[in-house]
Write a protein that binds this ligand. Structure first.
Ligand SMILES: C[S@@+](CC[C@H](N)C(=O)[O-])C[C@H]1O[C@@H](n2cnc3c(N)ncnc32)[C@H](O)[C@@H]1O
Length: 249
């Protein structure tokens, strides 16, 4: 029988596993309209470059079938669609408001011709085994209740030798840089959230959830433990962000 009292983290708070996805859902519903402007404001536009690098590292073939999990407002799908118009892209997100923002944007900015839209939980993918050549997850895995379950599902849905790319916040390497980054995260981010999204709490959650997420090496080990092979990671901005690349066995 499923243990309904099993605990997990929502930022620094300990919550029941069953509650986490509702709390995460509330965060993204609240920020969905201001999500893009906040990304630019808090990263000084650098998230655009990180996403471009992720797509470069994916070595996409023009005929690939691609699942973009936690696609949100669609930045990653947009880059792929523009650069590889013959791919088939499934933009997917658990949150209706974020997915709707992504879908509207895809239509308004004309990158919808090779995109489909699916509301789904990345921990329970409604696809057959071996369905995709590539799965991308940008700044999404951190919010999963059960990351191992999500990764197992991704492995199941990837074709043999298919690629997994995870773009996620990670741990800065330099201790001094880390201190400045901590100050920025806990003092500036919530204020920016208050100004641009009228919501400081969601950005306090962002700062906390980053600290609770496994660092680069731990995430690599989790990916390998799930059964992926050849997992490598690339640190960006001193490890504030890392891209993990792995292949299905
Ligand atoms: C920080 S946004 C990232 C959006 C986009 N990938 C980007 O890089 O800009 C995180 C997204 O993950 C989604 N998400 C959280 N948990 C999820 C889950 N279990 N399955 C699918 N999507 C999830 C949220 O709804 C949100 O849209």
């Amino acid at each position: 029988m499923k243990d309904t009292n099993k605990k997990t983290h929502f930022g620094y708070r300990e919550v029941n596993e069953a509650e986490k996805s509702k709390f995460v859902g509330d965060v993204f519903t609240s920020v969905s309209k201001s999500y893009d402007i906040m990304n630019d404001a808090m990263s000084f536009g650098m998230h655009r470059l990180w996403k471009k690098i992720m797509v470069e590292l994916a070595s996409i073939d023009d005929k690939d079938i691609i699942l973009d999990i936690a696609s949100g407002t669609g930045d990653i799908s947009k880059i792929i669609s523009r650069e590889y118009p013959n791919t088939t892209i499934f933009m997917s997100d658990i949150n209706f408001d974020m997915l709707s923002e992504g879908r509207n944007r895809a239509i308004n900015e004309s990158f919808d011709s090779n995109c489909s839209f699916c509301q789904l939980n990345g921990e329970n993918l409604p696809f057959k085994d071996n369905s995709f050549d590539l799965i991308t997850v940008g700044f999404g895995l951190r919010n999963f209740t059960d990351k191992e379950k999500g990764l197992s599902e991704m492995k199941r849905c990837l074709s043999e030798n298919g690629k997994l790319l995870i773009l996620e916040f990670s741990k800065p390497i330099n201790p001094l840089f880390s201190k400045v980054y901590d100050w920025y995260s806990f003092n500036v981010l919530p204020k920016l959230g208050s100004i641009f999204a009228n919501d400081s709490e969601s950005y306090q959650y962002l700062a906390e959830s980053i600290r609770m997420h496994p660092d680069q090496v731990s995430l690599k080990n989790i990916v390998l433990k799930t059964g992926f092979k050849d997992c490598k990671f690339y640190n960006l901005l001193n490890g504030i962000v890392a891209i993990h690349v792995a292949r299905n066995d």
